[in-house]
Design a protein around this ligand. Structure first.
Ligand SMILES: [Zn+2]
Length: 162
């Protein structure tokens, strides 16, 4: 099975009650599977143009999303993808790019290279982003599909009742 589809299936298989009805519900599922606290919150501290961010802290994980994001569920699903696909926490240079003002990027990147911390190549980063996007599409598609199936079932029950 495709590892991305597999990760989505595994998440949905562990969902309890209404958790599988939304990405925010499935955050609770992910928390249980990983046995590690995972918080989600809106944050206006992200760099301009940044939709969301996964912060891998010592004893918990945080997903932050910008207040202007049109589809927070989709952004959270993308970050959840990074977490559940076992991607490394955000590389330091990426964190710098997303949290420091643009005029600082060159000098911060230079300093990080001096420290030997800029080891992940751009191709690798692009592949991780593509996989997280794939996860978000698959997950949001499955949630929407299940919602349609639920309402179709309710409609047919209503039709029978009428
Ligand atoms: Zn990403």
């Amino acid at each position: 099975m495709d590892p991305i589809v597999g990760a989505v299936s595994q998440l949905l298989a562990h969902a309890r009650g209404e958790e599988s009805a939304s990405v925010f519900g499935l955050v609770r599922t992910a928390e249980r599977i990983r046995q590690r606290p995972l918080t989600v919150q809106e944050s206006d501290t992200l760099a301009p143009g940044t939709f969301g961010l996964w912060r891998n802290c010592a004893d918990h994980d945080e997903i932050l999303f910008s207040p202007w994001v049109a589809a927070p569920e989709r952004t959270v699903a993308h970050e959840l993808g990074h977490i559940l696909l076992g991607h490394p926490g955000m590389p330091v240079d990426e964190a710098v790019r997303r949290t420091l003002p643009a005029e600082w990027h060159d000098v911060a990147g230079f300093m990080l290279r001096q420290c030997g911390q800029n080891s992940t190549g751009d191709d690798h980063l692009r592949r991780l982003e593509r996989d997280a996007e794939g996860f978000a599409s698959e997950l949001c598609g499955r949630i929407a599909g299940a919602g349609r199936a639920r309402s179709a079932r309710i409609r047919s029950l209503l039709n029978e009742a009428l």
